[in-house]
Design a protein around this ligand. Structure first.
Ligand code: LMR
Length: 335
C-alpha cells in the first residue's frame, strides 16, 4: 500500500475510534413532537420553545424533533401514532379527544361557552382540567399542559352576518359530534376533514367555508380562497400537550423533572402570545385585501348565540351533566 493510501485508510479509522465511545454512551433521548399547524402560530411557536428549553436544560441529553404542518401525521392519524409510540409528543386540539372516547373534552367545543382566556383558564387550571388529564391514563397518554389558541371565526365566499346566512353551506369541521350539531343548528352541512386538506377543499369548492382561529386560517392562507371572514368568536380552539405514557414514565427521573420545567415555561410563553398571534393574523387577513373581515353588531352576535345555544342541552348527557355544570360554575356561564 502506498503511504498516501495508507493514510487515507488510517484517518477514518482514527476518527471512528475516537467518536464511537462518546456517541454510544451519550445517545440522546429523541422526542418526536408532531403537530398539524404552521410554525408561525401559538402552537407552532410553543413547540419550538419547548424544544429549545428542553435541549438546553438537559444539555443535549434530550433531542426534540418538531414536525409541524402535518409533515409526519395528519390530525385524525396522530393520536394513534402517539399511542403506538411512533411519536412521543403531540398537542392535539381539545376537539380531538372526543373521538378517542373521552367525550367530556367536547365541553370545550360547545358554542359560546367562553368569552375570553380568563374564563377558559379557570376550567383548564381547575378540577375539570385535572379530571380530563386523569381520563387519558387509561388510553396510554399523559397530559402535560393546556395551550391556548383562541376564539374561532367563520369564513365563506359569501358574507355571513346572521345565522341564516349559513343555510345550506358545506362547512369543514374537526371530527366532533358537538361541532357537527353546532353547524346543523344554523342550517349548515358539517364536513369532517383533516386540517391539511382544507385549503384545497376550499379552492375546489368541496367545502364552502370553515371555522377556525385567525392564526390557523391566515397561516394556511385560507383568506386567499375565502372572500369573507366573520368575527363570530362563537367557540374556542386550544390544545392538550400530551405524551406517550409508557415513554414518559420510563424517562430518567431527573430528565422528566427538567422536561416538566421546560414544559411549564413553554406553556407560559405559548399562552402569553396566543392573543397577539390571533390579533395579528386577523389584521393580516384584513390587510391582504383578499378576504373582507366582517365584525358583527351586538344584535347579530345575539342571533348567532340564540341559534347555537340549544347545542348545550342536546349534548348535556354526552359531555356529562356534572362536567357541564362544573364548567358553567367556573366560567359563570348562564345557559
Ligand atoms: C383544526 O383541525 O382545525 C385545528 O384544530 C388544527 C389545530 O391543531 O389547531
Amino acid at each position: 500500500m502506498s503511504p498516501m493510501k495508507a493514510m487515507l485508510f488510517a484517518i477514518p479509522l482514527a476518527v471512528t475510534t475516537l467518536l464511537a465511545p462518546t456517541a454510544s454512551a451519550q445517545q440522546p433521548i429523541v422526542i418526536k413532537f408532531s403537530h398539524v399547524v404552521a410554525i408561525d402560530t401559538p402552537k407552532g411557536k410553543g413547540a419550538e420553545r419547548f424544544k429549545q428549553l428542553a435541549e438546553e436544560r438537559t444539555k443535549g441529553r434530550v433531542k426534540v424533533e418538531v414536525y409541524p404542518n402535518s409533515s409526519l401525521f395528519k390530525d385524525g392519524e396522530e393520536m394513534e401514532a402517539l399511542q403506538l409510540g411512533s411519536v412521543q409528543m403531540l398537542a392535539p386540539s381539545l376537539a380531538k379527544f372526543g373521538p378517542l372516547g373521552v367525550r367530556e373534552f367536547e365541553v370545550f367545543d360547545l358554542p359560546f361557552m367562553f368569552d375570553d382566556y380568563a374564563q377558559l383558564h379557570k376550567v383548564t387550571e381547575g378540577p375539570v382540567g385535572q379530571m380530563l388529564f386523569k381520563k387519558l391514563d387509561s388510553k396510554g397518554i399523559v397530559g402535560l399542559a393546556y395551550w391556548d389558541n383562541g376564539l374561532k371565526v367563520m369564513s365563506a365566499n359569501k358574507p355571513l352576518r346572521m345565522p341564516d346566512d349559513m343555510r345550506g353551506l358545506k362547512m369543514r369541521i374537526q371530527s366532533s359530534k358537538v361541532l357537527g350539531d353546532q353547524m346543523r343548528a344554523v342550517g349548515a352541512i358539517p364536513q369532517v376533514m383533516a386540517f391539511s386538506e382544507v385549503y384545497q377543499a376550499m379552492q375546489t369548492g368541496v367545502v364552502d367555508g370553515s371555522e377556525n382561529t385567525p392564526s390557523n386560517m391566515f397561516t394556511q392562507k385560507h383568506h386567499e380562497v375565502q372572500k369573507y371572514t366573520t368575527v363570530t368568536n362563537h367557540g374556542y380552539i386550544g390544545y392538550a400537550v400530551i405524551a406517550n405514557k409508557k415513554f414518559w414514565d420510563a424517562l430518567p427521573a431527573d430528565i422528566r423533572t427538567t422536561l416538566e420545567g421546560a414544559m411549564n415555561d413553554a406553556t407560559k410563553y405559548a399562552n402569553e402570545i396566543a392573543q397577539k398571534e390571533n390579533d395579528d393574523a386577523l389584521e393580516g387577513i384584513r390587510k391582504s385585501g383578499k378576504s373582507e373581515v366582517i365584525v358583527l353588531t351586538d344584535t347579530q352576535k345575539a342571533a348567532w348565540k340564540k341559534a347555537m345555544l340549544p347545542v348545550h342541552k342536546e349534548n348535556e348527557a354526552r359531555v356529562g351533566k356534572d362536567t357541564l355544570q362544573e364548567v358553567y360554575k367556573q366560567t359563570g356561564f348562564k345557559p
